[in-house]
Design a protein around this ligand. Structure first.
Ligand code: AMP
Length: 599
């Protein structure tokens, strides 16, 4: 394990780190600090927000600062004013014992003259947002010809926010020989492409965890009709009375709309998006940080300026099509060793995005049934009762009022009293949730439930596409074995000379016996069995590795092929009431079953 003292950092920085209670370098620090102290070529460092990135570049930057020079030597660019202030504050803390190192923050949305004065007084390190930095250059207050280190923090977001032209403009004022350090939580293709256009042979360091979710985050998805998403959101929130989370929406309008609806429905919610003024955004963030607001409805960009460590939930109102965004959002929960929950509320058309995210995560996302009224009421009731048990009673204060209350209620038994007191608190809730319809598509839910509980064994057979085998042929063949009626079939994968098929594990030995005793189109069948691939893979690498080694028990096909009941048993019946009628074809992800209208 690396210690700070192994990193050959100057004593004043080590002392500041000790004062801050930093015991050992975080992974990104352990990787980048020694590298930056040794190298002056370009660097791309991938790490999530909140993993100690500021010290990762800040410690080496401070170590390299020449305090005898009066010029700006390092420029740190970041996308938002909040981040700019945060970075400056952190750097100041890291430079606690380097009082001669001067830092200045320049950012939009604040009077320019104070920042100008600060720059004119001299700065070694400037932290800024691109627009304001350019203003300062144009006004001849900021001179960058001596800059030898340029840091682009949250580079993906800066480029997302359309700062590309501003960045290139700034770079044209900095010597070619500078070292560029790009820190980013994600590295989508377009950002990488752009980075390559201005970085020369950059070394790429990855602190891990940037492309897969943390292990302590649970991932769930709910599947509802698009029009029921808001109702599902409310139920999910109601199921977790202590929820403290961010709901990510796609557009500013949607963000505001969902926040308004939640507020009207009595939730502690607020919106954070780019249409709000700086002052409004700050107020919302402050209310959220202080937990006055429990649910923050936000766009990705606006939420960037917000650093909160103890979020319980991340809710994707739509599953993002870019898996990087999903990983980055969910990485905002489960921090500092706490557990977290990442939820996606999806409709059927978003299935492709779910698969892409699962691949990136290297594990399955678990389907959950949208909570029903009874479950929610029970949960809320117990939460309420729990808080009654825990509430502190100041007998002195309250006692003076209670004697009359005791008298007034003396005619009631203990049970009646409890009933009424629960009813006062809960009648509205119970009425709202009385007789609410299921939001899950019934067929889908049934299938998912079965999938959750069902135990499959994965059979490997020496039959593949080279034998002309199709999924339909394979199911027909399984049926012809006549091992039992209605054997559940899970996923099927057909490869060149073999196939994998999941079948009811209760019939494992009978099926093995039947396979080897029944030729398929003249081919003697060899069969073996592995474990059912229901397990969740621990990481993307693990996943890739397993795919490479082609272990039969490790196959998880996320391009799900078939899931349903083997319906070719017995004599086929005619008409729509024949068993498993729908199963003859691949079962459609959503049935057209009608539901009652939701409230
Ligand atoms: P950052 O990613 O730079 O915003 O850092 C996130 C939080 O981690 C900040 O509150 C830092 O003060 C803290 N931090 C940074 N490095 C360490 C460390 N080595 N040990 C403990 N906390 C740290």
């Amino acid at each position: 394990m690396t210690k700070f003292t192994d990193l050959t950092l100057p004593e004043p920085i080590l002392r500041a780190a000790r004062d801050l209670g930093f015991e050992k370098p975080t992974p990104v620090q352990a990787l980048t600090i020694p590298w930056l102290l040794e190298n002056n070529s370009d660097l791309i460092a991938l790490a999530q927000t909140g993993t100690g990135k500021t010290a990762a570049f800040g410690f080496p930057l401070l170590s390299n600062t020449d305090i005898e020079s009066k010029s700006v030597q390092s420029l740190i660019l970041c996308p938002t004013r909040e981040l700019c202030l945060q970075i400056t504050k952190d750097l100041q803390a890291y430079a606690k014992y380097l009082p001669r190192v001067k830092m200045v923050a320049v950012y939009g949305g604040a009077p320019i003259y104070k920042q100008k004065e600060a720059l004119l007084a001299g700065a070694h390190i400037v932290v800024g947002t691109p627009g304001r930095v350019n203003d300062m250059i144009r006004q001849n207050v900021l001179h960058l010809q001596e800059v030898n280190q340029l840091v682009l923090d949250e580079a993906d977001e800066m480029l997302n926010m359309g700062f590309k032209d501003e960045l290139f403009e700034i770079m044209s004022h900095i010597p070619e020989s500078k070292q560029t350090l790009l820190f980013s939580a994600t590295m989508p293709k377009d950002v990488e492409h752009l980075a390559n256009s201005f970085m020369k042979g950059a070394t790429r360091l990855s602190a891990g965890g940037e492309d897969k979710g943390a292990e302590n985050i649970e991932h769930f998805f709910y599947k509802v009709q698009a029009r029921d998403k808001y109702l599902a959101l409310k139920r999910i929130a109601d199921m977790s009375p202590k929820i403290y989370g961010i709901i990510f929406c796609r557009t500013r309008n949607e963000t505001q709309d969902i926040a308004n609806k939640l507020q009207q429905d009595g939730y502690n919610a607020d919106a954070l998006h780019g249409d709000l003024s700086q002052a409004q955004r700050e107020l919302v963030m402050q209310r959220f940080r202080s937990k006055y607001v429990q649910l923050l409805v936000a766009t990705d960009v606006a939420a960037r300026g917000l650093d909160v460590d103890d979020l319980s939930h991340i809710i994707n109102y739509h599953i993002p099509t870019d898996p990087d965004i999903y990983i980055h959002r969910s990485g905002r929960t489960g921090r500092a060793g706490k557990s977290g929950i990442s939820i996606s509320i999806m409709h059927s058309k978003e299935a492709g995005a779910l698969k892409a995210v699962e691949k990136r995560l290297g594990r399955e996302i678990t389907w959950q049934k949208v909570p029903g009224g009874r479950e929610i009421c029970q949960k809320q009731l117990f939460h309420f009762i729990d808080s009654v048990e825990k509430v502190e009673v100041d007998e002195e204060q309250i006692g003076t009022f209670l004697s009359n209350v005791y008298k007034k209620l003396s005619w009631m038994t203990r049970e009646e009293l409890i009933q009424r007191f629960v009813a006062v608190e809960f009648n509205r809730f119970l009425n709202y949730y009385k007789d609410i319809p299921d939001l899950d598509n019934p067929v889908q839910a049934k299938r998912q439930e079965a999938k959750k509980d069902f135990k499959f064994s994965t059979f490997r057979l020496n039959l593949g596409s080279k034998h002309g085998l199709t999924k339909r042929d394979l199911m027909r063949y399984v049926n012809q074995l006549k091992v039992s009626r209605g054997i559940e079939i899970g996923q099927i994968n057909i490869f060149g000379d073999y196939c994998l098929i999941e079948l009811d594990s209760n019939y494992e030995s009978e099926l093995l016996q039947a396979f080897v005793s029944n030729k398929y189109k003249g081919v003697t069948v060899e069969a073996s069995v592995g474990k059912a691939p229901k397990t969740q893979h621990s990481s993307k690498d693990d996943w890739k590795e397993r795919r490479k080694t082609k272990k039969i028990d490790d196959y998880v096909d996320h391009d799900t092929t078939y899931y349903g009941r083997n319906i070719w048993e017995g004599t086929p019946k005619k008409g729509k009431d024949k068993p498993g009628f729908k199963g003859k074809k691949k079962i459609a992800p959503d049935s057209k079953t009608k539901r009652k209208k939701t409230p």
